[in-house]
Design a protein. Structure first.
Length: 139
């Protein structure tokens, strides 16, 4: 009875050929990396302060370049559910009484979210961008 030779050289040649074809197609070179997004700025609050231990309130954040899905960050915590887009120059955020329990300065920023790419390979889009911090005073 004749023993069959293993097909190892053929399998290896096919594997090398598939790798070469995959690399040669340039798939990874077609992906466009995300670009910088629009940088929001915060210029003023209304009201401009709150009293420690006071009631919940709505803070109006004025500035520029706010995206439709921009989020106000209160002391570093994204207020995703509490932020409302009013215009490219104004957002509102519901601030619960528990967030103003003690006196001090609260860091407030606005983040414009990243956007997904729509290219053939899912590349492109924009990066998330956050404004410089502005202090909100709790007296």
């Amino acid at each position: 009875m004749k023993t069959l030779q293993p097909l190892k050289p053929v399998k290896t040649a096919l594997l090398v050929a598939l790798i070469a074809i995959s690399v040669a197609c340039g798939y990874s070179s077609k992906v466009t990396p995300p670009v910088a997004g629009t940088m929001p700025t915060v210029s003023a609050f209304s009201p401009n302060s709150a009293t420690a231990g006071g009631a919940a309130f709505t803070l109006t954040v004025n500035g520029t370049n706010f995206a439709a899905k921009a989020v106000v960050n209160w002391n570093g915590a994204a207020q995703t559910a509490n932020t409302t887009f009013v215009s490219v120059n104004q957002l509102t955020v519901a601030v619960p009484a528990s967030a103003i329990g003690t006196a001090g300065a609260i860091s407030v920023t606005v983040t414009n979210p990243a956007t997904s790419g729509t290219g053939l390979y899912g590349g492109g889009g924009t990066l998330a961008e956050a404004s410089a911090a502005m202090s909100f005073t709790i007296n």
